[in-house]
Write a protein that binds this ligand. Structure first.
Ligand code: UFG
Length: 337
């Protein structure tokens, strides 16, 4: 049996592919390489000694997906990452996001619902918006999305839930990630943003490396202990492990509901200023930063209650914030531009 990873050369996908190969699971990776690089395969090979089966396929291309499922008749599970993920780009190019993220999901579902192939879906804590209660539980009422990107995650979840109702043998898990950071400890794979990074940690590591002049802390007078925003930063290897354990749970039919939803976070809320301090203590490097205006659309505080995934699936985050930031820095130092 093979596991299909869509977007398997992207940031999170490449770490999950690596872990699956290390668990001796046969992996088929598809990726259209629009936001990832073929060299990621070299990194995966040098860590695991193996290569996944790779096809350069766009998940939203119906005929390519037909060919894929004709070629591999033993796909027993799918982890779906392939999607665009820039919040700001989604605001200026909404159709690009709806076409790709929802069009791709629908093409994938067309293939798997009738074959009853279980699915793990890459969702996001963005579906909660600014939650009324903290830490955030899965039953927290969802807010209207603040960007087309967020809408695609919310609608994607809904489409999958509807398919689980319509096809009784089709099962899925929706994983709502909090803020993934860091890289594999080998520094052979990691996050490789195209253009100017929009996320905090890659911007920070590029600033320390001298590629950017200064890190702007977006907002310093929020109603938080130090005035900066609070997030739940999770090591990408912990997140990858959550996928492996969720997949195992689905394949062993331990799920109670056809479609189950889980937060994937550490449960620790960390402010931007605290993260900068942790980075400095983990690496011994100074971070050039300045306090700046809030970024429009940012939520003030978001951190997970991860007890549901711990109780049902047995997964728990293991890496500390310092370990996550140290791995991000080792990866940054290793990136050859
Ligand atoms: N931040 C800065 N300076 C920067 C970049 C970010 O201060 O240069 C701050 C932000 O204001 C925020 C925190 O760092 O307070 C984290 O910002 P990120 O952009 O790294 O992450 P977000 O929480 O905004 O976004 C992430 C994912 C999205 C997802 C969202 C869900 O990147 O894909 O979580 O809330 F939709």
């Amino acid at each position: 049996m093979k596991i299909l990873i869509t977007g398997g050369l992207g940031y999170i996908g490449s770490h999950v592919t690596t872990l699956l190969l290390q668990n001796n699971i046969d992996v088929v990776v598809i990726d259209n390489l629009e936001n990832s690089r073929i060299q990621v395969l070299d990194g995966i090979k040098s860590i695991t000694g193996k290569l996944p089966l790779f096809r350069k396929i766009d998940v939203s291309n119906e005929s390519e997906m037909n060919q894929l499922f004709d070629e591999f008749t033993d796909i027993g599970g799918v982890i779906h990452f392939a999607a665009f993920k820039s919040v700001s780009e989604s605001v200026s190019e909404p159709l690009k996001y709806y076409n790709n993220n929802l069009g791709g999901l629908q093409q994938l579902l067309k293939q798997i619902v009738t074959r009853s192939i279980p699915l793990i879906f890459s969702s996001s804590c963005t579906v909660y918006g600014q939650s009324e209660t903290l830490p955030i539980r899965e039953d927290e009422p969802l807010k209207p999305a603040t960007s087309p990107y967020g809408s695609t995650k919310k609608i994607g979840e809904q489409i999958i839930e509807d398919c689980c109702k319509a096809y009784p043998d089709f099962k899925a898990i929706l994983l709502r990630y909090f803020n993934p950071i860091g890289a594999h400890s080998s520094a052979k794979i990691g996050e490789y943003p195209v253009g100017v990074p929009q996320n905090l940690v890659p911007y920070l590591t590029q600033t320390v490396r001298g590629i950017r002049p200064v890190l702007k802390v977006f907002g310093s007078s929020y109603d938080t202990p130090d005035g900066s925003c609070i997030r739940d930063y999770i090591h990408v290897m912990d997140l990858a492990q959550a996928h492996i354990e969720s997949l195992d749970y689905l394949l062993k039919k331990k799920n109670v509901e056809a479609c189950e939803v889980y937060n994937v976070g550490t449960g620790n809320g960390v402010s931007v200023l605290e993260l900068i301090e942790s980075f400095e203590s983990a690496t011994g490097k100074k971070v050039p930063f300045e306090l700046s205006d809030p970024r429009p659309g940012d939520t003030v505080s978001a951190y997970a209650d991860p007890s549901k995934i711990e109780t049902n699936i047995g997964w728990k985050a293991r890496y500390s914030l310092e370990e996550s930031l140290y791995s991000a820095w080792k990866w940054e130092e290793n990136i050859k531009n």
